[in-house]
Design a protein around this ligand. Structure first.
Ligand code: HXC
Length: 528
């Protein structure tokens, strides 16, 4: 683009142009800069992708976008000067009437690659988001570091990472990957609170298929290596995946509606039209009393959440635990729930990591935690031990112990051993704990307990099976009855399952003014 967007030099003939003429010229230049290259737009659409501006239009409330740095471009050392925007559209708008800041990489311009000016524009909008205390949404679609700009491009990424970390836990940061996001670029989404991806058009990896083929000899496609499904099911990198960009951006809007603007703000309270004291009699049918019979805990969440609505994070990864944002009595809550249909809801490395990150996010943004417990323990196995279940399980424990938001535990059925402690027991700081009459809280299941403490008698018995079943029943009666923990103050009340919603809503109400009691320190040293 040879035409200079800036005005003529004072004293030149054009300097005499009237204000109206200048405004008209400004409009023309703005139109051209916004429109971009038609062929490149067609190529973008042919891939099933929207352009950067179409994405921002979809994300933000209609007409609310205020663009910054439209005319900014590479001038120093560039001949001719680079295109306006330098491949990234930045600015601010509103989502459901609330302020957000956003940047959208424009793959049509230099492949959305990140050079010095591109990075400086992103840095500016990140700084503004933090200063204004408003969420930041990054729409990624880029060939990565601009190869022609060498180390300056790399330094640009460094500036993004540093700002991601500085803003972490202060403003919500949402990454939406809508095209390539490779190399070090993938670390910005990894540092933010949530990563969204779209099937078939987005991919993320640190080293691509070509390098992998050269180094390890493995042959793999972009999609197989780092497509949306892989990151949603296997790596846990993507929290949300969609079939198309419109559905993806709709859910980004929904997520923002659940979050506070910053950590000093309270999450938005919304009138949902669902009575806070609504009883849930269906719960008694959804959850069978027999602890060996499975059920989908999402049906429980649906029953108690306002209007049955919730947004599940990492729906397809680490399925033994469900983490979801929902509203209860109009208040945003983070729900963690053991999922009996996936490996009986045991805690393992992945579920511990998923839960820990979710607890940290909720705690940072003042979102109360509701934990639904039906957990048989930690997953036994050499593979789990050798891959560090101690270290990873400790992350969940640490995150709960560290959380100062209101915390309510509800024990539906079993809660055994270390997993009982970790799933927000009163002993690690839950403010209130409730249990259904079907609760079984113990060091371990009755059969396993009897095998340990009566090993010699069982070995010597003429009829060991009969003895085992008598001793198991006796153990269960004495130590696992539903009032054992309540009698010791470790559970605050035994409730009718039908009252779960109204009890939790009341509990959150009475904890709403809870203030954190923090030990002065620079920061803790959580297990990694
Ligand atoms: C400069 C780039 C570019 C880049 C793409 N383009 N990536 N220009 N630097 N990194 C340009 C292309 O030259 C092309 O320009 C236009 O963008 C569109 O690219 P295509 O290749 O035609 O698009 P497509 O076929 O869709 O392929 C997309 C792609 C490919 C897979 C992303 O462009 C590609 O492999 N790019 C290089 C990726 C890369 O190695 N990046 C560096 C990663 S390392 P024209 O003028 O022809 O339209 C990294 C380190 C970060 O990012 C470290 C941070 C700590």
């Amino acid at each position: 683009m040879s035409e200079q967007p800036s005005g003529p030099a004072p004293g030149s003939a054009r300097h005499a142009a009237t204000t109206r003429e200048r405004v008209s010229r400004l409009r023309e230049l703005r139109k051209r800069a916004v429109q971009g290259d038609e062929l490149a737009t067609e190529r973008q659409h042919a891939k099933g992708k929207l352009t950067a501006r179409q994405r921002l239009e979809h994300l933000l409330d209609s007409g609310s976008f205020m663009e910054l740095d439209l005319f900014r471009r590479r001038t120093a050392g560039a001949d001719p000067a680079g295109p306006p925007t330098d491949g990234v559209v930045t600015g601010s708008g509103t989502v459901h009437g609330r302020r957000v800041f956003a940047y959208a990489q424009d793959f049509r311009v230099l492949g959305g690659s990140l050079g010095e000016v591109h990075a400086a524009k992103i840095h500016k909008v990140m700084d503004l988001a933090l200063a204004a205390g408003a969420p930041l949404v990054a729409l990624n679609d880029s060939g990565g570091a601009r190869i022609q700009e060498g180390v300056t491009a790399l330094a640009g990424y460094g500036g993004i990472f540093r700002r991601n970390v500085r803003a972490s836990g202060v403003i919500p940061q949402i990454s939406v990957v809508l095209g390539p996001c490779a190399g070090g670029a993938a670390y910005s989404p990894a540092l933010t609170d949530f990563t969204f991806m779209v099937r078939d058009t987005s991919y993320m990896f640190v080293t691509g298929p070509d390098v992998i083929r050269t180094v390890t000899g493995e042959s793999v496609t972009h999609e197989e290596l780092g497509g949306a499904d892989v990151h949603a099911t296997t790596s846990g990198v993507a929290a949300f995946v969609y079939d198309d960009e419109a559905a993806c951006l709709d859910d980004v809007r929904y997520l923002i509606s659940l979050l506070p603007s910053n950590s000093h703000d309270v999450p938005p309270l919304r009138e949902t039209g669902d009575p806070p004291d609504r009883r849930c009699p269906r719960l008694a049918d959804i959850v069978p009393a027999d602890p060996k019979i499975s059920y989908d805990v999402r049906a429980v969440i649906e029953e108690i959440a306002d209007q049955g609505e919730f947004l599940e994070v990492h729906e397809e990864w680490a399925g033994g635990m469900v983490c979801a944002l929902a509203r209860l009595g109009g208040r945003t809550v983070g729900i963690l729930a053991s999922q009996p249909v996936v490996r009986a809801g045991v805690l393992d490395i992945d579920t511990s990591q998923k839960g820990a990150r979710f607890v940290q996010m909720c705690d940072a943004f003042g979102i109360p935690l509701v934990t639904l417990v039906d957990v048989p323990g930690f997953l036994p196995g050499v593979e789990q031990e050798h891959h560090g279940i101690i270290r990873h399980g400790a992350k969940l424990l640490y995150a709960y112990c560290d959380a100062t938001v209101p915390r309510v535990q509800v024990i539906l059925r079993k809660a055994y051993g270390g997993a009982y402690i970790v799933m927000d027991s009163r002993s690690i700081g839950a403010d209130l704990s409730f249990a259904w009459p079907t609760n079984e809280i113990a060091v371990m299941g009755a059969d396993a307990a009897v095998s340990v403490i009566h090993r010699r008698e069982l070995a010597a018995a003429a009829e060991p099976d009969r003895l085992r079943s008598r001793l198991s029943a006796q153990y269960a009666d004495e130590l696992m009855h539903p009032f054992y923990a309540p009698e010791r103050g470790l559970v605050d009340d035994v409730i009718d399952p039908a009252d779960t919603r109204l009890v939790v809503v009341r509990a959150l109400e009475l904890l709403s003014e809870k203030r954190p009691d923090l030990v002065p320190r620079k920061h803790g040293n959580p297990p990694a």
